[in-house]
Design a protein around this ligand. Sequence first.
Ligand code: RNT
Ligand code: ZN
Length: 417
Amino acid sequence: MSISPYSAAMEIYATLGVDAEAALATLARTPISLHCWQGDDVAGFERAGAMLEGGGIQATGNYPGKARTLDELRSDLDTALALVPGKHRLNLHAIYGDFGGRQVERNAIGVEHFRTWIDWAKQRGLGLDFNPTCFSHPLASDGFTLSHRDATVRQFWIEHASACRRIGAAMGQALGTPTVTNVWIPDGHKDLTADRKGPRERLEASLDAVFKEKLDERVHRDAVESKLFGIGSESYVVGSHEFYLGYAVTRQKMLCLDMGHFHPTESVADKISSVLQFVPGLLLHVSRGVRWDSDHVVLFDDPTRALMEELVRGGFLDRTAIGLDYFDASINRVAAWVIGTRNALKCLLAALLEPTARLREFEAAGDHTARLALLEELKTLPLGSVWEEHCRRQDSPGDRVWLPTVQRYEREVLAHR
Ligand code: RNT
Ligand code: ZN
C-alpha cells in the first residue's frame, strides 16, 4: 500500500520535532476576517453605486461583474467562502448596511440596519467585525473628520463612530464572538502644513469621546489604525503610527497594523512583539503594497510569512485578530478573495510547521550557521501536502481545483450583471 503524501510529510516534519497534526488543529481554529469591500471596490450600499469624494480610498481596475446589491455581495461571499478551508469571519464597513433604499445619515445608523447581516452570519456560523466609514461622504470631502477644526463636523463623526461601536457590540452579542470595531480615518494634508499639533490634539479628544461608552469586552473590542500617507494626504496624516501607538497604549485599545501603512522597507512583522508588550491586542490588516499602499492581493510571500511566523513564535494568536485589507478591481473579485485568504492561511500553516524549538536551540548555542541553513531548507519541505490535507478535512477544494468554480460563477452569474 502506498503511503499518502500527507503521511509522508508528517514524518518529515516529525524528524524536526514538528507535530503536523497540532499545526492543522491550530490552523482549523484560527479565523481570518474577510473584508466585504473587496466585493464592490469599497462602494457600499448607501446610494446606488455612489463613491463620493473624500478619503483617498480607491480601487483600480474595471473587471466586470462587481456586486451592486446586498444580495449580489452575499452571493459572491458565499461563493468565495466555500472555496476557503475553515470557518472564518466577515469584516463589514458601515456603508454596507441594509438601508432598504432609504437615505440614512451615518450618525443615525443602528443595529436595525445590520440585522440581515447578523442573521446571514449566524446561519453560516461566522463572526462579524466592523468599521465606521469616515470617508466617501460630503463631510469628509475636505479631508478631515474626527480631527476637523469645525466642532460640528467632528461631532458628526463622533456620533457615527459611537453608533458603530454599539452596532459592533450587538453583532458580537448576537453571534457569541467579540466583534472588533476598527477606527480608521483619512485625515491629513496633501501639502505642507503649519499645524501638525492641533489636529492631533483634536483627534485625541474625539477618540476619547467615541470610546466614552463602556462596552462589554466579551462581545466587543476597539481597534485603531494608523497610516503613513494616503492619496491626498501625502505630506501629513493626523493618525500616524506614533499617534495611535501612544493612544492604544494609554487607553489599552487594540492596535491595527496594516501592512501597506508603513515605509516600504519597514517590517510590520518586527513590530508585533514590541507592540504586544504594551497593548492588549492586535488587529492585522494583511495586505500587499506594491511601491506604495496599493492594496494588491495577499501572496504567499516573505512579508506575510514573517508576519505569521511572529504570531506563532510569540504565542500571540490568541491576542491577534487577523483581517484582510486589499481591493483589486482588475481581476475576478471573488477569486481575489479566495487567492488572498488561501495565501494568508498558507503562510500561517507554514509558520505553524516551523521547528521553532530547534531553531532556538541553535540560537541559544550561538550556532547562527545552523540556524540560517535550517531556515532556508524549511522553504522546500512538503508544506503543500499538509495544506491539501487541511483542505480535504475542511471539505474545501485543494489547489488547482477551486478556480473552475469561480470561472463557472463568472459565466453564469457575474457576466450577467
Ligand atoms: C485605509 C485603511 C482602511 C481601509 C478600509 C476600507 O488606508 O487601510 O483599513 O482600507 O477601512
Ligand atoms: Zn487597513
